[in-house]
Design a protein around this ligand. Structure first.
Ligand code: ATP
Ligand code: MG
Length: 325
């Protein structure tokens, strides 16, 4: 039995990158009866970038509704809000004392984020430690993530090994990242990694007219309509090829190469493709967004399951560290 774990931060509305890079592959894996899935909403992590409590609450709901919209079976699996299981923060503190400072200082995602964000706080710096706690609390073995998270998972293994070495036994289970190389890092409107905190993302649950406006903002070069265009260097084409069928992709590629096909046409095709492919998830998402008590009770049920497992780990860790008899 493999335990799969994935978290999405509640730092914004879930976007196409989260869905294709994390949510959809994780749900696919969860369908295998040999797997047990642990999916959580990383609301504590979101505090590194988002301070407003009301916004966080709304984003948490939207992320929970997204998991359900893409067919996640919450009865069979475990689904919870990180902040409601306090063992996450407790284990994070213990693990931070097993984390060499230079390891965090060399983290690529910290370097990238600290260059782009105005609020570079200590939480952002120690983020990989809390992430290690998220994984290690549940003895998760498989972590399906986007490429951006690979280094953090190496750190988790390193931190867990250091703890196990002190304990003299394998109390913490070393996880394996599972990266779908075909998916890679999905670009945002501006061509950088699509990210909630860069505000360059596509929220596939927007009403049609708003989604259209967002898609219009995708950056393109200034090649005139009549001229041939390079599909492989264009963001709209890249996004389209992640969701369209092989035949549709070939048609668009030919259109680009032939000329007479503008970026506006490609964006309209992308919009239509999204509305079609995501019609059912959009319907379920809206259902849960309008039924808050139902969503809440699903989360509370999941939190009881998560807490029971997290407590088993924390009891062992406390014992090793002399925090319990
Ligand atoms: P933030 O900007 O707050 O870090 P984010 O948009 O990067 O938010 P996360 O919550 O950090 O999203 O990531 C959730 C999951 O989605 C992770 O597994 C991550 O690898 C994946 N993911 C995030 N952005 C992308 C992307 N652009 N392409 C592919 N996968 C992504
Ligand atoms: Mg991120």
């Amino acid at each position: 039995m493999a335990r799969i774990l994935t978290g999405i931060q509640s730092s914004g509305r879930p976007h196409l990158g989260n869905i294709l890079g994390a949510i959809a592959p994780a749900i696919e894996l969860s369908k295998d009866p040999k797997n047990e899935s642990f999916f959580f909403i990383a609301d504590l992590h979101s505090l590194t970038s988002l301070k407003d409590g009301g916004e966080r609450r709304a984003f948490v709901r939207a992320i929970a509704a997204t998991w359900l919209a893409f067919g996640f079976d919450y009865k069979k699996n475990v689904f919870w809000r990180q902040s409601r299981v306090q063992e996450h923060t407790e284990l994070a503190w213990y693990l931070s004392c097993f984390t060499p400072f230079p390891m965090l200082a060399n983290a690529t995602s910290f370097k990238e984020k600290s260059e782009k964000l105005a609020d570079v706080n200590a939480g952002l710096f120690t983020y990989p430690v809390l992430q290690a706690a998220d994984i290690l609390l549940y003895n998760a073995n498989i972590i399906p993530v986007g490429k951006d998270q690979k280094q953090h998972l190496e750190m988790t293994k390193d931190i867990a090994s250091r703890f196990n070495q002190l304990a003299g036994e394998d109390i913490l289970v070393l996880p394996e990242p599972q990266i779908d190389e075909r998916i890679m890092t999905i670009p945002g409107l501006d061509g950088q990694k699509m990210s909630k905190s860069y505000h360059n993302y596509i929220d596939i649950f927007l009403p049609e007219n708003e989604l259209k406006k967002v898609i219009k903002k995708i950056v393109s070069d200034s090649t005139p309509l009549e001229e041939p265009k390079d599909p492989d260097s264009d963001i709209t084409f890249k996004l389209y090829s992640l969701i369209a069928s092989p035949a549709e992709i070939e048609t668009m590629r030919a259109n680009y190469l032939n000329g007479g096909y503008g970026y506006g046409h490609a964006k309209q095709a992308l919009l239509e493709c999204m509305l079609e492919k995501f019609a059912e998830p959009r319907r379920i998402f809206n259902y849960y967004m309008e039924n808050d008590p139902e969503l809440e009770s699903i989360l509370v049920e999941g939190e009881e399951k998560a807490r029971a497992i997290a407590q088993e780990t924390i009891v062992k860790v406390r014992k090793v560290l002399g925090f319990s008899s």
